[in-house]
Design a protein around this ligand. Structure first.
Ligand SMILES: [Zn+2]
Length: 244
């Protein structure tokens, strides 16, 4: 508990993140199947681009996820308390190693993915793939990824269901920004130099392919849209996220 410091990170990471978060499937309100690119092989970890502060082991990655989870739970518990509602944390966060080891609503989760599953109310991630990815990305972005998936659980709790996935996804980016920005402002989370830049670089790298129609199932938004949504939430808190 208390202040959690996100260690400093810096490097170019566009290619890796494209492989990482394009494939971060988000099973909002049901099983929509892995998103385009989910089956694309993750770029293997190249030791020459390992960040000095990047996550280096499964145990360390699990620690970062647990820390991000704790910050998110404190944040959302306080928001729900403020509005007089009871808060139920997301039931569990489950690492997996093999395709099909974890299922969401009867559908086996593929390798190289991270999702929120509304049936069962859990977040699951391929741990081997995640550790390889974040070894290069740096660890601050773990806080973004957890915050984004956690936001999908909050959307379910609030009964928010948009017609298009892009609306659901951009709102989740905004909510992830709000949880991070507000937690920094409250002193619950400390960022270091370069962490904001890491978020910016990361979001710039995970925008949809320009050829993808915005209304397509699985669309998350362009790099610009995702960056705008995240930083709107980061700077202006939840008021910017249209939670109603
Ligand atoms: Zn999502």
């Amino acid at each position: 508990m208390g202040t959690r410091s996100v260690r400093h990170s810096r490097a170019s990471l566009a290619g890796l993140l494209a492989a990482l978060l394009v494939s971060a499937g988000c099973f909002v309100g049901g099983v929509s199947g892995p998103e385009p690119g989910a089956e694309r092989p993750a770029r293997s970890a190249d030791p020459s681009v390992t960040r000095a502060d990047g996550t280096t082991s499964v145990a360390e990655f699990a620690d970062d996820v647990a820390a991000a989870q704790a910050v998110a739970e404190r944040y959302w518990a306080a928001r729900f308390r403020e509005s007089g509602q009871r808060f139920q944390p997301i039931r569990r966060i489950t690492p997996y190693q093999r395709s099909g080891e974890v299922s969401c609503g009867g559908q086996p989760l593929p390798r190289n993915n991270a999702v929120y599953c509304s049936q069962g109310d859990f977040i699951a991630y391929d741990v081997t793939w995640s550790v390889a990815a974040f070894r290069q990305v740096g660890d601050a972005f773990v806080f973004y990824l957890l915050g984004h998936e956690y936001a999908h659980g909050i959307q379910v709790r609030l009964g928010i269901r948009y017609d298009f996935t892009i609306q659901q996804e951009l709102q989740a980016d905004c909510m992830a920004g709000a949880y991070l920005g507000d937690s920094v402002r409250s002193g619950d989370l400390t960022l270091e130099d370069g962490d904001l830049e890491e978020f910016r670089e990361g979001l710039a790298a995970v925008g949809d392919d320009p050829d993808q129609p915005w209304f397509a199932e699985g669309s998350h938004g362009t790099a610009e849209q995702r960056t705008d949504s995240f930083f709107r939430g980061y700077e202006q808190s939840l008021a910017a996220c249209d939670l109603g």
